[in-house]
Design a protein around this ligand. Structure first.
Ligand SMILES: [Fe+2]
Ligand SMILES: [Fe+2]
Length: 414
């Protein structure tokens, strides 16, 4: 069964259309140190579609140049070789992967919305951390889940099996399931596709590593992998689109340190993403649907308790992006003094890593307070505090977390 799946996938990789000749030529020109802006302009201008979309992009408010940029060679002078190369490659690669019809169960619009959101977040993260060219981060974000798009289009039965497995085992890591069912995950698959297309090295690397939090990569590779990891997480936290897996990944400080970013930077990217997403979506001709922009300001007092900073961080950002201002306490147990001091309306307890003392919740959630407890997967400790507790199984999505709090709010108001 597995061998059959794998054969199907590898066979389709060979069937994968080649990048347009223009883009292949462009990659050669870009790698040749003697090339000039004119050389690059000449190559790209051979493809009308890519040329017009590139110029539209460069002249859009995305870049905010005061004067009209009318030729590709001028764009190369202004933006640089690498930036133009990345944009041209990204545009044509996403065209090839987008497919003409919906072969598999993935929702194509929602898939590319997720890519656009990660692209926008990646570009903002690159700008904040001084990574250049920022277009590389944009393209890495746009294409990071290409492995899934590929499966959806060329091996739809494989991705159907994945989704079935995921439904049977809620809370289980999708990358894990992919390796289990297919013997390969969408990160490696995407990287292989891009190697096949000879895309820029950093885009291949970022795609391969966008789910690997625990790495010691350094230099530009370390930076682009951290940017793309965080960009994927922020797209999920901001709830724009979906690539079939909405689980919030942990956000380790070490990845942020690598980029010189703190929690405030991530929150700012979340707040600035919407505008970037709308512009990028229009330019890449992707239907973005309705992005909920007016975040409601909630007056409920939230207290977020958990043990690991990397686990707490995505929850806190989700709550903040959802209009809450949670107080955060790092502790292995809930104590009466904290509850007394913070007087929360709703408690959010992250017990997902299994180190939190769930018994400490008993008696701490009096009638007027409510709580949402995130339990570890495979937890047998389901029944924490009957009556008052909304329970989720980790890893949770932003939608699940905010939905569970909503339910508690309704209960507390009614
Ligand atoms: Fe992914
Ligand atoms: Fe993703």
């Amino acid at each position: 069964m597995l061998a059959e799946k794998l054969r199907e996938i590898i066979h389709s990789l060979e069937m994968l259309p080649a990048l347009p000749a223009v883009v292949q030529r462009l990659l050669e020109v870009a790698q040749d140190k003697r090339s000039t802006a004119e050389d690059m302009g000449e190559v790209i201008s051979k493809d009308e579609g890519i040329t017009s979309r590139l110029l539209k992009l460069v002249n859009s408010s995305f870049y905010g140049f005061s004067r009209q940029v009318s030729t590709i060679s001028r764009a190369v002078v202004i933006l640089g070789f690498d930036a133009v190369q990345n944009l041209a490659v990204g545009i044509s690669a996403s065209d090839l992967l987008a497919g003409k019809d919906d072969a598999g169960p993935l929702d194509r619009d929602r898939f590319w919305q997720h890519g656009i959101a990660a692209a926008a977040a990646g570009r903002l993260l690159a700008q904040q951390s001084g990574y250049s060219p920022a277009e590389e981060a944009f393209i890495a974000g746009l294409l990071h889940d290409a492995g899934r798009a590929f499966l959806n289009q060329y091996a739809p039965r494989a991705i159907e099996m994945l989704f079935e497995k995921a439904k049977e085992q809620p809370g289980r890591d999708m990358v894990d399931i992919e390796q289990d069912v297919l013997g390969i995950d969408h990160c490696i698959l995407g990287a292989n596709i891009f190697k096949h297309w000879k895309l820029p090295e950093q885009v291949i690397w970022a795609t391969r590593r966008h789910h690997s939090a625990d790495t010691d990569s350094t230099g530009r590779s370390g930076q682009i992998e951290a940017i793309t990891y965080l960009a994927n997480a922020l797209a999920k936290i901001r709830r724009i689109g979906s690539s079939g897996d909405d689980a919030l990944p942990p956000l380790p400080k070490q990845l942020m340190n690598r980029l010189g970013l703190d929690d405030g930077h991530l929150l700012r990217v979340l707040m600035e993403m919407d505008q970037e997403v709308e512009k990028a979506g229009a330019l890449l001709q992707i239907e973005m649907g309705k992005i909920e922009k007016d975040v409601p300001e909630h007056s409920e007092r939230l207290l977020l308790v958990g043990t690991t900073p990397a686990g707490i961080r995505p929850l806190k950002l989700t709550l903040e992006a959802g209009g809450y201002h949670p107080a955060v306490v790092r502790s292995q147990a809930l104590d009466a003094d904290t509850v007394e001091k913070e007087q929360p309306d709703i408690l959010v307890v992250d017990a997902s890593d299994g180190t939190f003392d769930l018994d400490s919740l008993n008696g701490q959630i009096p009638g007027e307070r409510h709580s949402v407890v995130i339990l570890p997967r495979d937890s047998e400790r389901g029944n924490v505090s009957p009556g008052d507790t909304g329970q989720l199984v980790a890893p949770v999505s932003a939608e699940q977390l905010l939905g569970a709090i909503d339910t508690q709010r309704v209960t507390s108001n009614g």
